[in-house]
Design a protein around this ligand. Structure first.
Ligand SMILES: C[S@@+](CC[C@H](N)C(=O)[O-])C[C@H]1O[C@@H](n2cnc3c(N)ncnc32)[C@H](O)[C@@H]1O
Length: 298
């Protein structure tokens, strides 16, 4: 059990915030927070201190340097200190407030009261150490895309959430009317987080089925193909998983693919087309985009 954490602090130009976020995710960060510091932005990231493991801060620092040079921004400064579990939990939680997403969702941190008569679908979340608080553009684009799915018109929909993180998208799909979601993540801590968020939102284990693994795990659990897939990972992982994801769908299935940088959208769209999908819509937020697609056989 982890009881101390590395806190990394990166002071940067706001234009670099998202690329730093993804570098940190890649580096093993379990939670990030950011705040304005005058004209600059202070990004904090938390990584568990694992026995015997060291942090390659030189590598991270040179990646941050390269990214800044690429976009002509000042070079960010990086510092690191060890903090205990309680400080980590408090540092992380103080940044996180209820947030409206799209037209229908309200993300409510689990430790804050729920509004008395919410007009929105409330997703209670304690992401723990998993990705998916709803405050990242890629997650928001997925929730906004899920709102467009006709869950009422075509009831009983089965959905696969590939890379479920905190389970936020699975819970969102179920609140909108999906019948059942198979949620998978290669990170066991993300699976634990999806289970606890499922229970906190009083969703039945029959409706939300989390498992450690990837598309192959969904395939193992399925009795029939899914009606829809939501996958917020990264462009290269989406491309790599596309043949398998296509294999678990029906000719009429829909897909929501996010975690794609705008400049990668054409490459992902081409890969989708090769795998029998048509891109219906492209949603953008900051430098991220999300592709709303359907099978071309429908
Ligand atoms: C960007 S997070 C998305 C979390 C959540 N779905 C959201 O939208 O906020 C991506 C998640 O995908 C998981 N992941 C990465 N590669 C994967 C793979 N090949 N198969 C399944 N999950 C993967 C990561 O562990 C991480 O939890």
């Amino acid at each position: 059990m982890t009881n101390s954490w590395w806190e990394l602090q990166i002071l940067c130009d706001p234009a670099l915030e998202d690329s730093i976020f993804w570098r940190l995710e890649d580096f093993g960060s379990r939670g990030t927070a950011s705040e304005g510091k005058g004209d600059l932005c202070l990004v904090k990231a938390y990584l568990p201190k694992l026995p015997g493991a060291t942090l390659d801060l030189e590598l991270l620092s040179s990646q941050l340097h390269e990214d800044a040079v690429c976009v002509g921004s000042p070079i960010p400064t990086l510092s690191c200190e060890l903090i205990n579990e309680e400080d980590w939990a408090t540092s992380w939680k103080q940044y996180w407030q209820p947030e409206k997403i799209g037209d229908r969702f309200l993300i409510n941190p689990a430790w804050l009261p729920i509004p008395a008569a919410p007009e929105r679908l409330v997703i209670l979340l304690d992401p723990g150490v998993a990705f998916g608080t709803g405050n990242h553009a890629t997650t928001q684009l997925c929730l906004e895309s899920l709102e467009k799915v006709d869950f009422q018109g075509k009831s009983g929909q089965l959905v696969a959430d590939i890379g479920c993180g905190s389970g936020i998208l699975s819970i969102g799909a179920l609140l909108l009317g999906a019948k059942k979601v198979y949620a998978v993540d290669t990170d066991p801590l993300a699976v634990q987080s999806t289970v606890s968020n499922r229970d906190m939102n009083r969703i039945s284990p029959v409706s939300l089925v989390p498992a450690e693994g990837s598309v192959d795990m969904v395939m193992e659990g399925l009795q029939e193909p899914v009606d829809g897939i939501v996958c917020n990972i990264l462009a290269d992982v989406i491309i790599q998983l596309l043949p398998q994801m296509s294999n678990i769908t029906k000719p009429s299935s829909w897909g929501i693919f996010s975690g794609i940088l705008v400049e990668q959208s054409q490459t992902v769209a081409d890969a989708l087309e090769k795998n029998g999908w048509i891109v219906d819509n492209l949603l953008k937020k900051k430098e991220w985009c999300c592709l709303n697609v359907r099978r071309s056989q429908s």
